[in-house]
Design a protein around this ligand. Structure first.
Ligand code: GDP
Ligand code: IMO
Ligand code: MG
Length: 427
């Protein structure tokens, strides 16, 4: 079966950590969408490492890590990532596979991202500027380049043709590319050569053959469901399907092969970039959350916006993903609060109360309705089972499980691999 692990909020829920924790139960770990906009942090044995495009199973021995066809891959970032992993002595040319059908991010895609954001002015998306949107745009426009094209003698011609189109657009936006493009192109073509030492494959065969051999595959989501191109807070979203269905199209597996769907959420909410955020705290409480949770972007270093947990949106993302097990992250960050709030409903401008997400959260101002909980105000480092946790935390968990109708299988109490409390063995 293919189990899917994905974020239920606006990204940065802690997916990297949990993929690393669960990876020993799998033979294959595969990324199915997104690209270097992702920053997945792993901590173990005193090391902290942030991965952007490489799957988070990479630190566990003997796991096949696949970058699937649904991913947009930046060769320059890829090369830097590989070089950053040198100190760990991993056998990367053996354990890392890249789909020939994955799309390639060109230097001009990054420039286009910046040009589009500049043109949007105050209504900018807050993109990570990694070229994600323009690359998916070219994929859908059927003019993009794919990893497999790197192996063909016509690659340079295809590249030049696409870049000529990009330059027209950049000229239209009066965006200067002359000063940066030559250097970026040199790096790009060096990185293209560098990538060729890795296993470039039809990864849909790799994944389906693994399934035929009764091996287990873990699909690692990037971003979060509220950033999904179809169901997120459009247009303040990313450009891929971040939901469970994305794992099917992004790896080439049939829906009936999907097994468990692990939905990860923080015990509160964060968002980086622009767009609606109903429970956002613009006060001292939000500041404390940011400081305690070290909520600064793993890719861009931007401060993350913080707020209380939002049940209407969590119920929505559980619904569209078919989540079968929940994992609650960063519970320790709430240790400091006397009172903890959960938004259970939204009040709409006409006074009515709902737990459904309005069509357009950008145009509809919703007022969150909160339920208050007493904080546990104690460190969680010495707790190892659900039975031991403080009564106030147990009440918080019980309330969530009753509301969401799905078990919380793990709670995470710190960044390290070991800082995790299991409800029971889950597979
Ligand atoms: P991802 O994008 O979903 O993989 O998450 P990020 O790596 O962007 O952000 C999660 C951050 O929280 C990272 O800095 C992690 O090291 C950290 N983290 C993960 N789990 C926990 C936890 O349970 N408690 C605390 N305090 N930090 C955590
Ligand atoms: P991980 O996998 C948090 C956000 C950006 C911006 C919007 C669009 O680490 O959870 P894009 O670069 O895709 O054009 O940006 O999406 N965003 C993320 N926010 N975590 C991420 O990834 C994100 N990837 C993109 O901040 O608001
Ligand atoms: Mg992240």
């Amino acid at each position: 079966m293919v189990d899917v692990l994905l974020g239920l909020q606006w990204g940065d829920e802690g997916k990297g950590k949990i993929v690393d924790v669960l990876a020993p139960q799998y033979e294959v770990v595969a990324r199915f969408q997104g690209g270097p906009n992702a920053g997945h942090t792993l901590e173990f044995d005193g090391f902290k490492h942030v991965l952007h495009q490489i799957p988070s199973g990479i630190f566990r021995p003997d796991i096949k890590n696949i970058i699937g066809n649904g991913v947009v891959l930046d060769p320059i970032v890829f090369r830097k990532e590989i070089e950053g992993l040198a100190k760990y002595n991993l056998d990367l040319t053996r354990n890392l596979f890249i789909s020939k059908k994955a799309s390639i991010i060109l230097p001009t895609h990054r420039l286009l991202d910046a040009a589009y954001e500049q043109a949007k002015g105050d209504s900018k998306i807050g993109s990570t500027l990694r070229g994600i949107g323009p690359t998916y745009q070219d994929k859908v426009a059927r003019q993009g380049l794919r990893v497999g094209d790197m192996l063909s003698p016509g690659f340079r011609t295809k590249y030049d043709k696409l870049v000529a189109i990009h330059k027209t657009t950049l000229d239209h936006h009066q965006f200067d590319y002359q000063s940066v493009l030559p250097q970026a192109e040199t790096e790009f073509f060096e990185a293209v050569e560098f990538i060729k030492q890795f296993q470039l494959v039809e990864s849909e065969y790799e994944v389906n053959q693994a399934l035929k051999n009764d091996q287990k595959v873990l699909a690692e989501g990037a971003q979060g469901s509220l950033l999904d191109i179809d169901f997120g807070s459009y247009p303040f979203v990313t450009s891929s399907n971040t939901m469970t269905a994305g794992a099917c199209t992004g790896l080439g597996v049939a829906p009936r092969q999907i097994g468990e769907v692990y939905g990860i959420f923080k015990a509160y909410c964060t968002r980086v970039g622009s767009g609606p955020f109903p429970t956002e705290l613009l006060d001292e409480t939000g500041e404390r959350m940011r400081a305690e949770g070290r909520e600064f972007g793993a890719t861009t270093g931007r401060p993350r916006r913080c707020g209380w947990l939002d049940l209407p949106s969590l119920k929505y993302t559980i619904m569209i993903n078919g989540v079968s097990q929940l994992i609650m992250m960063k519970v320790d960050v709430l240790n400091i609060f006397e009172t903890i709030k959960i938004c259970t409903h939204y009040q709409l401008p006409d006074g009515s109360i709902t737990e459904q997400l309005p069509y357009d959260l950008c145009d509809t101002t919703v007022t969150p309705i909160y339920k208050e909980f007493k904080g546990w105000q104690t460190s969680l480092t010495n707790f190892h089972t659900f039975e031991e946790v403080p009564a106030e935390l147990a009440a918080y968990i019980d309330f969530l499980e009753a509301e969401l109708g799905i078990p919380i299988s793990f709670i995470s109490t710190g960044p390290d691999r070991e800082a995790i409390i299991h409800r029971e063995a889950i597979v």
